[in-house]
Design a binder for this molecule. Structure first.
Ligand SMILES: [Zn+2]
Length: 304
């Protein structure tokens, strides 16, 4: 199984266009202390040839350009892509906007829960993916279901206690299932290797821990270090928990919650630009790495 982290930042990226927090200043500077990161994007493959995108970042066009593995092979004709499909873990804007960049008349399979498909169908922007018969092939991820991907991997959906995207009003929410709005995915190879991807993790449950114990690599929500991280920078903003992101630090945070999962590789990704773990000179960075956790960056490759 091959994985490529094409983007390791949360929505907004690093640096974020309107932000002058210390990480964003360092990422814009000539210093190499804090590496810029694009918005959250993962690609997985079971054969190294055919790839599945996990979510579709607003930065997807650049992310696919950066690596030759995602470039069209001209021997297959004018229109070709190694991207066989997309699996969505939510309908959050930083996970779906990139779909609009894939409207150039190439067929693509989109795997998502019924509620996330419903959100896409309710927005006429996404009808641009259906201008030709069979252009987008929408497949449903049901609770606990496993789907076989064309690249030789199996993907199992993990239901998470998430929330609705902020842009949905009460009427839209009433026709959707909250339990289908945020999911995690476990990818399994034919050789028995397993990887969990949880870019938004609202809470750690005993059931989730038991699923993760069977995984070799866990890529997990590293959005915020602390629950009040945004509030301290900008009063009136929501807490990490209110945004559906379990913070890393704290009595119930993921650092403690996943401490018992060593020696599995535990990698923080979907990291907000305000998160102090991004700065290698910070205490928080050292705390995380001393405990054996890794911090994802753009271009990180994992083979297992
Ligand atoms: Zn910032």
């Amino acid at each position: 199984m091959w994985l490529q982290v094409l983007g390791a930042a949360a929505g907004g990226g690093l640096p974020q266009w309107n932000c002058s927090c210390s990480n964003c200043l360092l990422a814009r500077s000539s210093s190499s202390r804090v590496s810029p990161r694009s918005q959250s994007q993962l690609a997985v493959s079971g054969d190294g040839v055919s790839w599945y995108l996990i979510n579709a970042s607003p930065d997807l066009r650049d992310q696919l350009s950066r690596s030759s593995q995602f470039h069209p092979d001209s021997t297959h004709g004018l229109r070709h892509t190694p991207v066989a499909g997309i699996l969505l873990t939510s309908a959050d804007l930083d996970h779906i906007l990139g779909l609009l960049l894939m409207r150039e008349f190439t067929s693509v399979s989109i795997f998502a829960t019924a509620s996330v498909h419903k959100v896409l169908e309710s927005n006429p922007f996404f009808s641009m993916l259906d201008r030709l018969p069979g252009q987008s092939r929408r497949q449903t991820l049901a609770h606990g279901s496993t789907v076989t991907l064309g690249c030789g991997l199996q993907a199992t959906m993990i239901e998470l206690p998430g929330n609705f995207p902020a842009y949905l009003d009460d009427q839209a929410r009433s026709s959707l299932l909250r339990s289908e709005m945020t999911i995690g995915l476990v990818f399994a190879s034919g050789a028995g290797k397993r990887v969990a991807y949880l870019p938004a993790l609202p809470a750690i449950t005993p059931g989730l821990l038991s699923t993760l114990e069977s995984c070799d690599v866990i890529l997990v929500d590293g959005t915020f270090w602390s629950d009040d991280e945004l509030q301290r920078l900008q009063p009136g903003t929501p807490t990490a928990t209110q945004m559906g992101h379990l913070p890393i630090d704290g009595a119930t945070g993921s650092l403690r919650g996943f401490a018992g999962l060593a020696p599995r590789r535990r990698i923080y990704t979907h990291i907000n630009n305000t998160n102090p773990i991004l700065d290698p000179h910070s205490v928080e960075h050292r705390t995380v790495t001393d405990l054996g956790f890794e911090i994802a960056c753009d271009g990180m490759e994992i083979e297992l």
